[in-house]
Design a binder for this molecule. Sequence first.
Ligand code: PEP
Ligand code: MG
Length: 779
Amino acid sequence: MIIIKQGGDEIISGANMKNVPNILWLEEIRKEDIISVGGKGASLGEMASIGLPVPRAFVVTAQAFRRFLVETNLEDKIFSSFDKLDVEDNAALEKVADYAKDLVMKAKMPAIISDDIRKAYKKMSAEELIVAVRSSATAEDLPDASFAGQQETFLNIKGEANLLDSVQKCWASLYGARAIYYRAKQGFDDHTVNIAVVVQQLVHSEKAGVMFTSHPITGEPNTIIEGSWGLGEAVVSGSVSPDKYVFDQRTEKVVDTLISNKKVEIIADGDHGTKLVDVSPARQDAQVLSDAEVAKLGMYGKIAENHYGIPQDVEWGIVKGTIYILQSRPITTIGQKKDNKHMSGQKSEAKIILKGQGAAPGIASGKVVVIRDVKDTGSVREGDILVTKMTTPDMVPAMRKVAAIITDEGGMTCHAAIVSRELGTPAIVGTKTATKILTNGQLITVDGEMGLIYEGLLPQAAAPVQGAAPQRLVAPFSSIITATSVKVNVSIPEAAARAAATGADGVGLLRIEHLILGLNKTPGWFIANNKEEEFVKELHDGIKIVLDAFPGKTVWVRTLDAPTDEFRNMQGGESEPLEHNPMLGWRGIRRDLQSPDQFRLQVEAFKRLWKEGYEHLGIMFPMVSHPNQFIAAKEMMRACGVDVEKVTLGIMIEIPSSAIMIEDFCRAGIKFASFGTNDLVQYTLAIDRNNENVADMYLPQHPAVLHLIHNAIQVCRAYDIECSICGQAGSDPKMATWLVEHGITSISANIDAIAKIREAVARTEKRIILEAARSKDAE
Ligand code: PEP
Ligand code: MG
């Protein structure tokens, strides 16, 4: 018998397979069985053992996999191919990985294993049960070697043949390039790492969601439950605004219930995969969970938390009145900073190869793909890391696929930064040299919060599941109520559901140029080619998606504001004037006032929406420098048939002149004003916001900027006009604190920042009230 020691544990190698079952049932498993059932299997067994209702499952053990390798004579073939492999040589790594996977897939599974799997599958249910087949690597979830996400999972699998095929695919995934690289870097010996496969009844939840067993910030024994219709993915991915319930563990009572309008649900798509469908109108506003169900979930939450000793993040589902607990793990969302620290703590091993500005939070690993021309974006694959000089609107389809984005140029408010934040994709901008230093195929890890790029694939990096982390981060805080409204910025309609899931009090900025830029044709092109209706429809439909996501809440839509250089690459871009400095050029309201057709088409889209009953739609004019421009824009709207006294029209304060002349704007009839600090900072300090060479001088908290903001807030307050902020500075908790102290009415932040801004606002408001009470007492 050969036993190889790894990290103090005995790892069973090829020769000692006798008497070890191919199959273990969940009830037989404890966490000590990790060697046989892997991290996932052990954790499911552990949950079942403490009485949590886990769906039925069995595990095809690591020993079964090992037996497969021995019986098929694959061990030597596979391991000898690893012997001389240099994992830094990407081409060689891919070749060996493909070879090993191919060997595993083509080998016939010995009958002693396949018969056991068949028997176990039959034992699960008389009918052919639909199952999830998940890899569970035996080194997975060890504290220092999280291999999560590197091996495959197959959902919605039915029938013996499909099951056996999926098991074999899971085995093959142990030899994926990323997994081999990872193990090499972690010092694991490939000869000893095994894989188990969990086969579990797939719960076709009628309702499902997540639960934080204690308040994730304060640690109070309040269990926060979010639930919606259909499968839990809708809540986890943020496609829907779920209902929220708070269960007080001390009194064992439901203390808060917030019913949301649940427009969509994710359901099984026949025998294979899932699909997103509309929720029937009758169920949209119906309460998902009864008090009894909330209480029962709360009880399971408590069992899990007591057992593991720390608050848990639990996924649950309910079918025909039966609750299932699908997963339980320590709350990591509030530990993101800690994770980063952990990462920096490993600096000696993890080599930083490049730095830039952390523009969208999250950590991801993957393969570099350098894009020098938008035409090359076809080579971008799911999970790659997109490296480019600066993203452009026509790159958005590729940006959707990637695990992270890195640019040479730009600052926190450039195109790459804005779009990445909305997509929930980690991003680093302004590295200056990424396209020169990073090479195609290179494996790297991106820390989008700290702005650091590491060599290789680091264990802390999430599997490249786009968009997952920030969403979960924001959800639990939406029950905090603040007097200062906390709104959200949206630029791409597909981010509307995620934005709404934050529970924000409305949309403080919807940038519509991203709707148009995404079409790859300039507004001028639509007008010149008699395609006005197409243009109006695109605008109308895109804005409507956002309005629908925020029923009854105000949504401020900004009229077009794209500098001419952003239009240049599009159809019709050849007619755009060449400007020395587009930031100071023909953009915003200045351009619209001189381009009546372009303005008229936008107004037409707004008019249709107002007519359809979207009264909460307000319009915001960008780049106004004089009240006359506001008056002129209002008059143009009136000429287009808008009842301008009835609708909500306001301005952005992006130019110092508009901050200085704010009183004249108030007299001219604005209904609100919103600080566009991205521009206000650059125009006050003469610092190009997109120039990485002067990024360190771009200071939103410069006394001159704060002076302008302070004065404008006071004037707006005197005129009882809503005063807001929608620039990036509003996503900084320190700035939010200052703004609340100075009397701002609302703050509109990025999706990923809503939770921390809401918390900063609540804390500041409480402090102000407390101080006022204390000074009253002292009188
Ligand atoms: C701003 O200037 O702060 C703003 C929000 O507008 P944009 O970033 O689109 O220029
Ligand atoms: Mg601006």
